[in-house]
Design a protein around this ligand. Structure first.
Ligand code: GTP
Ligand code: MG
Length: 318
């Protein structure tokens, strides 16, 4: 299951308390202050990475808490500074601070400081003055910052495979990339977007779109946001049944309804399952799209050369 939205609490560590210790030993009945400072609390950072594909890690984890700083001690002992908590999230995640509504986009691996750890309290050593040689007090450590945040994943695929249900999108993803999506000879096999890597190029396969998808019919609308950032769309249209142009227009109409910017994206028409139709049908449909000045390719899973040719074209367009 693709986890693409979570709300969680993040809490930086508290600073350690300073120590109010006064030195006592055999030589000194009433010695000076020797209480050390507390250590600072750990901060919480989120870091973009390409190694994590979704927000699954947070599915049952509703809170990220960094360590508290160590307490200061007698004999000038300073408390330990706590380690920061650094958590990897996928590049492409949008973070919203739910109190301030401030939004951060994770676009690279620069650590983003979200909750700063509390400062350690000062020990009594630091409060010693000419008039108060032996202060018996120290500071408490400061609390760490706390925030409620929302993480939203937007897959940054460079290429999006789109089309009606059963067009062969997931099959293509499985031959173009390392992904192993579910493939079935019935519509709506894909219920969640899949993403695979063709070398270094991420390709997304989204559930099939149908008329009314942009208003919530079928499954597609919820996932159209995942293709908003792609550079190229591969519009898969299978040739075995239905009017090819009608099918093309149905999907384009959904783009128009959802976000007309999608219509401006470079588009490759991919006529699929050509092993199941005759040469005449292929030629006729290619001509149709060529006349519309569209870039059109054909493909069959059973023709390795057609898959290789498609790969080559995709590599040059991203
Ligand atoms: N003969 C033939 N069958 C194909 C080809 N490509 C896909 N298929 C078959 O078509 C059916 C649908 O393939 P999928 O890849 O699941 O289609 P999809 O577009 O992902 O479908 P949804 O996830 O429902 O939108 C499966 O039975 C595939 O085996 C092809 O090139 N030739
Ligand atoms: Mg599919």
């Amino acid at each position: 299951m693709l986890v693409d939205e979570v709300v969680l609490k993040i809490k930086a560590g508290r600073g350690g308390d300073g120590s109010p210790s006064l030195l006592r030993n055999g030589l000194t009945a009433k010695g000076g202050p020797d209480g050390g400072n507390g250590g600072s609390g750990g901060s919480v950072y989120l870091i973009g990475t390409t190694n994590v594909a979704d927000l699954r890690y947070f599915r049952f984890k509703k809170k990220l808490t960094a360590e508290d700083g160590g307490k200061g001690g007698g004999r000038r002992l300073f408390g330990k500074n706590a380690n920061d908590l650094r958590v990897n999230i996928p590049i492409g995640t949008r973070i919203t601070d739910l109190q301030t509504e401030k939004v951060y986009e994770i676009v690279d691996n620069t650590p983003l400081l979200l909750a700063r750890g509390g400062r350690g309290g000062r020990g009594n050593l630091e409060f010693k003055t000419s008039t108060n040689q032996a202060p018996a007090y120290a500071e408490y450590g400061k609390g760490g910052q706390e925030k409620m945040i929302k993480l939203e994943l937007r897959l940054i695929a460079e290429i999006g495979l789109i089309g009606l249900p059963n067009a062969g999108k997931s099959s293509l993803l499985s031959v173009l990339t390392n992904a192993t999506p579910k493939i079935g000879d019935y519509p709506f096999t894909t219920l969640e977007p899949n993403i695979g890597m063709m070398g270094t190029v991420p390709i997304a396969d989204i559930p099939g779109l149908i008329e009314g998808a942009a208003e919530g019919r079928g499954l597609g609308a919820k996932f159209l946001k995942h293709i908003e950032k792609t550079k190229v769309l591969v519009h898969c249209i299978e040739l075995t049944e239905g009017d090819v142009l009608e099918k093309y227009k149905t999907v384009r109409a959904e783009f128009e309804n959802f976000n007309s910017e999608l219509l401006k994206k470079p588009e490759i028409i991919l006529l699929t399952k050509i092993d199941l139709v005759d040469e005449k049908t292929i030629k006729k449909n290619m001509a149709l799209f060529k006349k519309m000045k569209k870039k059109v390719l054909t493909c069959s899973l059973f023709d390795d050369q057609s898959v290789e040719d498609l790969k080559k074209v995709l590599e040059t367009v991203v």
